[in-house]
Design a protein. Structure first.
Length: 217
């Protein structure tokens, strides 16, 4: 809606001057044209990459064996959410959360990133929703959350972008793998260092990723 208003020159800001309105319309039209051009831009293959050593220096190669350079950015969406304790969590990750993820926004943003010359991004598999166990009382992962991740990865592949998935914590529905005192600490302190030092933390993460890999969509 706001995009349409900019193109038409109709905005709700009564202080907009004609000059500002014209600039806004030109800027938005240019941005739209750039995205349209990206639809005809053919990115490089986003298949698996490998690491090699050439003249003592580490390098990356694509699936064809050609040398590639990785140029990337963080892909982050932040939002305000109310957690299970009914506390407002401000400015935390919400990218893949049910109800917050937008496949259209992901497709548009990834097209622009690719067209701008980037081929590598990092996303965070973290949110208040995920950290609190996906709303589950047992081990497992939300199918909706996982479907959003899959949709994003498929879009990134189409645009020739490598993706690194970064996890930050152990979901609450896997706390049973921790020692009882570590689970208590994890629920009451901000730093994740205490549970990370618990041997059960690695076992919990392994179980979580195993369940993620085997979750039917």
């Amino acid at each position: 809606m706001y995009f349409y208003k900019l193109l038409s020159g109709s905005t709700d800001n009564k202080y907009n001057s004609n000059k500002t309105g014209l600039f806004s319309r030109l800027f938005t039209a240019s941005w739209f044209c750039l995205l349209l051009m990206s639809c005809f831009f053919t990115p490089a293959n986003a298949g698996r990459i490998s690491v090699d050593v050439v003249n003592g220096q580490g390098v990356f190669r694509d699936e064809a064996g050609s040398l590639i350079s990785l140029r990337g950015v963080n892909f982050i969406r932040l939002g305000d959410v109310v957690n299970a304790q009914e506390d407002l969590v401000s400015g935390y990750h919400v990218l893949f959360d049910p109800g917050a993820y937008s496949s259209l926004d992901a497709e548009t943003s990834l097209a622009y990133i690719s067209f701008s010359g980037y081929n590598y991004i990092r996303v965070f598999l973290a949110s208040d929703f995920a950290d609190n166990g996906y709303g589950l009382q047992h081990r497992g992962i939300s199918r909706v959350y996982l479907a959003n991740v899959q949709n994003f990865l498929e879009a990134a592949y189409r645009h020739g972008i490598q993706v690194i998935l970064t996890g930050e914590s152990l979901p609450a529905n896997y706390f049973s793998f921790l020692a009882s005192d570590a689970a208590t600490d994890m629920a009451s302190i901000a730093s994740p260092n205490t549970p990370i030092l618990d041997p059960g933390f690695a076992a919990g993460l392994a179980a979580h990723y195993t369940d993620t890999n085997g979750c039917p969509l």
